[in-house]
Design a protein around this ligand. Structure first.
Ligand SMILES: N[C@@H](CCC(=O)N[C@@H](CS)C(=O)NCC(=O)O)C(=O)O
Length: 295
């Protein structure tokens, strides 16, 4: 390890005090306290499901799931998708915090019954929708458990991939060897776990496409196919042949193409459906392609 691994040595005080920005791309929204910063109600549309989100990998999991459910003919999965601009602090409104006290997208409100049900954490939202509609998870206990194992694997892994690797490789104010090495090791190990599993089965939990794939694809698909964090070469993503085959197969699903456009605010205008209130909202957007571009 070279001296560049620790360019600004830090001697932590006895008690940490919040007196400076943490630095990096999301410094302006980071804070050490929970709860709302301002009073504002969330908008509410006509459909049973109200989604408050943004097309990050965690957000896209849910819009893909909803579009897949609609493609299967589940009319109860009709939804309004409202845009939450996390860089502008929308996740700290009183309305959003009442649906997700953790102030992170995605958050879902199921208004189909007498009392709205709030659901937060993307993995929980996927499981909630899978159980509600009886889709994308098997009822067989063995297959169901394998699916849940991979779903929870994704939820546990994403912070290493995004908060660890992505943060230090792409967003931190300076490149530091120690954390980049630490999290690159883990990102590549996770890619290898995925690749070795997909050498044995077409989808993560076996022969069927499930919420495990829907959870994993936006994270690993972005890394493998769209040069997420501009890291494709650094991570040598093309060496993960089975994972690449899986990523490409899922990428071509029409519901995936639609889901990726919802609440999207980057890339070409025709790929951005900033809010979604009706299936026809996609008509003005190109249906058959999505420009390969990182989120
Ligand atoms: N474990 C959560 C993570 C959600 C999450 O990290 N959301 C990010 C965007 S991908 C967010 O809302 N960040 C805003 C913030 O940290 O203030 C989930 O899977 O739902």
């Amino acid at each position: 390890m070279t001296s560049s691994s620790n360019p600004t040595p830090y001697d932590p005080p006895r008690v940490w005090v919040w007196d400076q920005a943490s630095g990096g791309r999301f410094a302006n929204i980071n804070r050490p306290i929970a709860g709302p910063t301002h009073d504002k109600e969330l908008p509410r549309g006509q459909h049973p499901l109200q989604l408050y989100s943004l097309a990050t990998p965690n957000g896209v999991k849910v819009t893909i799931m909803l579009e897949e459910l609609l493609a299967l003919g589940h009319k109860g999965a009709e939804y309004d998708a409202w845009l939450i601009r996390i860089t502008e602090g929308d996740q700290f409104s009183s309305g959003f915090v009442s649906v997700n006290p953790n102030s992170k997208i995605p958050a879902l409100l199921d208004c189909s019954g007498p009392t709205p049900i709030r659901v937060f954490e993307s993995g929980c939202i996927l499981l909630y929708l899978a159980e509600k509609f009886g889709a994308f998870i098997s009822e067989d206990p063995v297959k169901r458990t394998e699916c849940l194992s991979w779903l929870f694997w994704q939820m546990g892994s994403a912070p290493y991939l995004g908060g660890g690797f992505g943060h230090f490789y792409a967003y931190a104010p300076s490149k530091m060897e120690y954390p980049i090495n630490r999290f690159t090791m883990e990102a590549k190990r996770l890619l290898d776990v995925l690749d070795q599993q997909l050498a044995q089965t077409p989808f993560l939990a076996g022969d069927d496409y499930t919420i495990a794939d829907i959870a994993c694809w936006p994270w690993f698909g972005n890394l493998l196919l769209y040069n997420q964090y501009s890291a494709a070469e650094f991570l040598q993503v093309e060496t993960y042949l089975n994972a690449m085959r899986w990523a490409k197969d899922i990428q071509s699903r029409p519901a995936v193409l639609r889901g990726r456009k919802v609440n999207r605010v980057v890339g070409p205008e025709e790929d951005q459906l900033r809010e979604r209130h009706d299936a026809s909202d996609f008509d003005t957007k190109t249906q058959d392609k999505l420009t390969p571009k990182e989120q």
